[in-house]
Write a protein of this length. Structure first.
Lengths: 209, 209
DNA sequence: TAATAATTCAAACGTATGTTTGAATTATTA
DNA sequence: TAATAATTCAAACATACGTTTGAATTATTA
């Protein structure tokens, strides 16, 4: 992949995450990447294809990281537990160096993808990653997925996706609205310690139900 | 308020929620509302002001509903519990007739407001509803908000907002990706029964922490 | 080195957007 | 009813966008 393509991809990823797809012009991307605007269509064909390429790079990394961890667990010949699946997904998102800003950018991209209707993107992801996705969902469902709770699990999954996407993507937004006393930063480790039990709590029925 | 203003407001609310702000042109709004395009600037001044007006109508209803319920509780001279605050917020969102599609539209608007950077909107909301917002946050914090857990509570609140926004806003999106077996619909009552315990679980520390 | 392919570039194209204009129409007031 | 204000309307404005073009430049191949 030529350096021009990479420069475009990097800046597109950054700007798309920060501002959204429709809000980011090709001129802004090529200007930041210091390349000619026509090179986007030369290397990627169109803006839609560029969006897909950005997601493809992330999803490739994510699922290969997730699947690698699952494979290791499978070698031990034990069933993949729900907690293991959650941790594997989080680690795959953070990368091996637990880079939270990387995961954050991924979440921001996902949020934009869900908020803005990008039909082409949905089709692309479905065509290329549906199998990986369904397998991960099965792991996340864990043992608690009985026939009659499939619907509930679907909604719990929505809650979890929303919590993950919104919280990571919104480092700054709520700060501006909420009281400044909440403004302090949290470490990656603390955040994970907070999020993993919460994720488990969201996915599983609670005692009071 | 003239019928033209109302027609514009109604259609703007619907289209903004469905598509986002930048994705909805004034021509689409005025066409759906069957009014002349210039009437937007005549009645509202600008597109930004129209966006603010849409939010203002929602927030007015929401906080007056929420505050009314809290006032009733305050008359009984008891401390407002966290669960009461959550239920009051949910009911205020749904309206007295528990109209879930109304709440859903509100969540979709909020999601777009967070995803797309609408600085003017944030300023507007902060100028007009900051007091209401902070009061509600205090209620939601409940008894568990010790000095050293303020940071954690801030993040729990993020989780909760994300879960609420994303799940309600995404009736259809995940369906298209996930297995069709999860496609069945859930009733408002079932959803509330599922969400309220989840919300409590998100906001409060769990045993395993 | 000469010929060919790949890539970059400045410029333009067509289209869609928010906004403004000034006349035409309707509603209100005196 | 006449005068005045409020509102609607078709048309145009300036601007920004994604995309395309064809020549210029660079890299690769024979």
């Amino acid at each position: 992949m030529s350096t021009t393509s990479l420069r475009i991809l990097d800046q597109a990823e950054r700007l798309f995450a920060e501002q959204g797809f429709n809000e980011t012009s090709l001129r802004a991307i090529t200007s930041a990447a210091e390349v000619n605007i026509a090179s986007v269509n030369y290397h990627f064909g169109s803006k839609k294809n560029l969006i897909q390429a950005v997601f493809n790079r992330y999803l490739e990394d994510f699922y290969s990281g997730y699947n690698a961890q699952i494979s290791v667990l499978a070698l031990a010949d034990t069933e993949v537990s729900q907690r293991q699946a959650i941790e594997a997904a989080i680690i795959a998102m953070l990368g091996t160096d637990l880079n939270v800003s990387r995961a954050r950018r991924f979440m921001m991209l996902l949020r934009h993808a869900y908020a803005q209707q990008q039909g082409h993107l949905r089709r692309f992801i479905q065509d290329h990653y549906n199998e990986d996705y369904r397998r991960m969902i099965q792991h996340l469902a864990g043992q608690n997925l009985q026939e009659d709770s499939k619907l509930k699990f679907y909604w719990r999954l929505q809650f979890l996706m929303g919590a993950a996407m919104f919280s990571l993507a919104e480092f700054d937004t709520l700060d501006a609205i909420a009281d400044a006393q909440y403004h302090a930063r949290i470490s990656t480790h603390e955040l994970l310690d907070l999020f993993i039990p919460t994720a488990l709590a969201i996915l599983n029925p609670h005692s009071e139900e």
